[in-house]
Design a protein around this ligand. Structure first.
Ligand code: GLU
Length: 321
């Protein structure tokens, strides 16, 4: 084909794509989490829906987790990130780990995703409740992780710090099971959707079990925060844990900033909500997602106007005056 005809062909294709409704959109990147978590496959599934709907590229970036993502969205390094609802709240309000930064009133939510439980996985059989971990060798989580942030919130209501553990290692989720199985750790923490591959391996391969996280301190934590709720991991979900495990949990959310383009946010939200069944099927932790819950639960920062526009159009939210 001559260069001229080729150029003409490209132009014609570009203008055709441009004129088809929905075929517009900017390339986007979503900050997710580690290789053994649910954020990464969730980000990939969302990206696939956005790509199919717009033709624009979308990449799910592996990261250290919620805290890293919230910080990156806050300072403009990322436009989108999957973030625990407690971390999103702290970033918006300027509390906890974000206290020194002050509030970030420009942060916005698109929707919430799956429920995540604060999960304690321990190897020695005599660790039956959270307080049995004090003085033990635990993995508190890598610095960018959300589970590290949630653990610190729990320790704070107990008047403790990470110094209460004999060892507080900072392994990434993909390494903690192996190190615990080798006998160098007594327990690890993970705020994650269930069933989790890392926890499945820890319980099946090295005889670990899940530990209850309840009692007056936890009740106080849940009562004081709008984003925590009692969560039960059903008995039998994992090996060595035949009874229900009672703990507390959050929701994962997709977060952005108010200056991110309305049209891009609208198209991303539309691609997800019009193909919710495909998202549900993409991972067992996403199987029970419902549109009504996604626009209401775990929404700890204001909705982005591009997202709200879509929810109002389809009647998921009442039109705001
Ligand atoms: N909740 C974890 C975090 O914020 C990530 C869990 C996952 O990757 O599924 O760091």
């Amino acid at each position: 084909m001559s260069t001229k005809r080729f150029q003409f062909g490209c132009l014609a294709l570009a203008s055709l794509l441009w004129s088809v409704p929905g075929w517009a959109g900017s390339p986007i990147v979503i900050g997710t989490g580690g290789a053994s978590g649910v954020y990464l496959p969730t980000g990939r599934a969302i990206c696939q829906l956005y790509q199919q709907a717009t033709g624009a590229t979308c990449r799910a970036l592996p990261t250290g987790g919620s805290f890293y993502n919230a910080n990156s969205v806050r300072n403009g390094d990322l436009a989108f990130g999957i973030v625990q609802s407690d971390v999103q709240y702290a970033a918006f309000e300027g509390t906890a780990q974000f206290y020194d930064n002050g509030p970030s009133p420009d942060l916005r939510t698109l929707f919430s995703l799956h429920a995540e439980a604060f999960t304690v996985v321990a190897k020695p059989a005599d660790i039956r409740e959270f307080d049995d971990l004090l003085g033990k060798r635990v993995n508190v989580g890598n610095p960018g992780s959300g589970h590290r942030a949630t653990l610190n919130a729990l320790l704070a209501v107990k008047g403790k710090t990470e110094g209460a553990f004999a060892l507080a290692s900072e392994l990434k989720p993909e390494d903690m099971t192996r190190v615990m199985c080798s006998g160098k750790l007594d327990a690890f923490f993970y705020v994650v959707g269930h069933p989790s591959q890392a926890i499945e391996e820890a319980t099946r391969r090295c005889g670990a079990h899940l530990v209850d996280v309840s009692g007056p301190d936890v009740a106080h934590l849940i009562e004081a925060a709008p984003y925590y709720s009692v969560t039960v991991i059903p008995g039998g979900t994992y090996a060595n844990t035949p009874d229900d495990t009672t703990t507390f949990g959050v929701r994962a959310t997709l977060m952005t900033r108010s200056d991110v383009d309305d049209g891009d946010v609208y198209r991303l939200v539309k691609a997800v909500f019009e193909n919710l069944e495909a998202l549900r099927r993409s991972h067992p932790s996403l199987a029970t997602l419902t549109a009504a819950k996604m626009v209401r639960e775990g929404v700890t920062a204001p909705l982005h106007p591009g997202a709200r526009r879509y929810y109002e159009e389809v009647g998921l939210l009442p039109v705001e005056e």
